[in-house]
Design a protein around this ligand. Structure first.
Ligand code: PGA
Length: 248
């Protein structure tokens, strides 16, 4: 596991964007696994800049998002569809046919999840998966206790995640309680992993994920078993790490 610690959120985002840009230049038709949340916003902003100013080409890139709330239509401002178009896709030359995000309004969740897995496979699997981490150690919406071999499926969100998300909704009752998420097994099948974290409220989850035991109590700890993982942190998120890490 390669752990890179940067001074602040901006530098973390720029370093992560370099890694994603390298992947796209290496394989222009690569498959990216994408995450939502506040953490990757700076990374997306920097990729948009690289597209505009340096011609980074997204025309052949295929993307699969990790998750989506059940019950929110794509045009809902808190849906992950909306988030991805507003903050990323609308600003790139990406082919809309190559954008995959779980459908939160699907009538048949199980069938949809199987189809999603098959589509990932059809494109030869995910080349680079971008991940954030929840304060409770979740990746995607794989909450503590998720099977480490799980595939794309419906998940009930924990109280902690619902509370963390409440800031985006008017009323607590409006916060979705279920989501479709790629499973931990789905995520682990990606050829490369890029985990980002910023801020003191992620420090404990990061220390448990990187330096603690592998456990379904901290789903992100499974990444210790992956052969290609880069973790890019800011100083605050790294503040509880005990081992020594190097930039190069
Ligand atoms: P955040 O969420 O980037 O908004 O902190 C990350 C996550 O919960 O996976």
């Amino acid at each position: 596991m390669r752990v890179i610690i940067k001074e602040n959120y901006d530098e973390m985002s720029k370093r992560a964007a370099q890694i994603v840009a390298e992947q796209i230049r290496l394989k222009p038709d690569c498959v990216l696994g994408l995450a939502t949340g506040s953490t990757p916003l700076g990374l997306y902003k920097e990729l948009i800049r690289l597209h505009r100013e340096e011609g980074l080409d997204f025309s052949k890139v295929i993307t699969f998002n990790l998750d989506e709330y059940i019950g929110l239509p794509p045009e809902h401002p808190q849906s992950y569809h909306y988030f991805m178009y507003q903050n990323f896709f609308n600003h790139l030359n990406i082919d809309p046919r190559f954008i995959y995000i779980p459908h939160g309004m699907t009538q048949d969740v199980e069938r949809f999840c199987n189809w999603y897995e098959k589509e990932i496979e059809r494109f030869g699997g995910i080349d680079l998966q971008i991940l954030g981490i929840g304060a409770n150690g979740h990746i995607g919406f794989n909450e503590p206790g998720s099977s480490l071999g799980s595939r794309t499926r419906i998940k009930t969100l924990t109280k902690k995640t619902i509370e963390d998300n409440a800031r985006f909704f008017e009323k607590m009752e409006d916060v979705p309680k279920y989501a479709i998420t790629m499973g931990i097994g789905t995520i682990m099948d990606a050829k490369k992993q890029l985990l980002l974290a910023s801020g003191k409220n992620k420090a404990k989850a990061i220390s448990q994920a990187i330096e603690g035991p592998i456990s379904q109590v901290v789903p992100a700890s499974i990444l210790q078993l992956h052969r290609w993982v880069t973790v890019v942190l800011d100083k605050d998120a790294a503040s509880m790490l005990k081992m020594e890490y190097f930039e190069e």
